[in-house]
Design a protein around this ligand. Structure first.
Ligand code: SF4
Length: 60
């Protein structure tokens, strides 16, 4: 989902989480297993060594 997170919006490791006020945050699931990544990276992410494109691109 495109939420203005840059590269993360097209990455297989992104999970979009929402708070009770409806704000959306981009969470990096790679951070769960690799300490080199932060759970909530500063967005927009422009370059990332962990980026993996999603299998199917969606126009949003
Ligand atoms: S691996 Fe990089 S590009 Fe992918 S969600 Fe995490 S921080 Fe974003």
């Amino acid at each position: 989902m495109a939420i203005g997170a840059g590269l993360c919006d097209r990455c297989a490791h992104q999970r979009v989480v929402r708070n009770t006020r409806g704000s959306a945050f981009s969470r990096c699931e790679l951070a769960r297993t690799d300490p080199a990544f932060v759970k909530y990276p500063r967005v927009p992410v422009l370059r990332c060594p962990g980026f993996e494109g999603r299998g199917s691109a969606r126009a949003e």
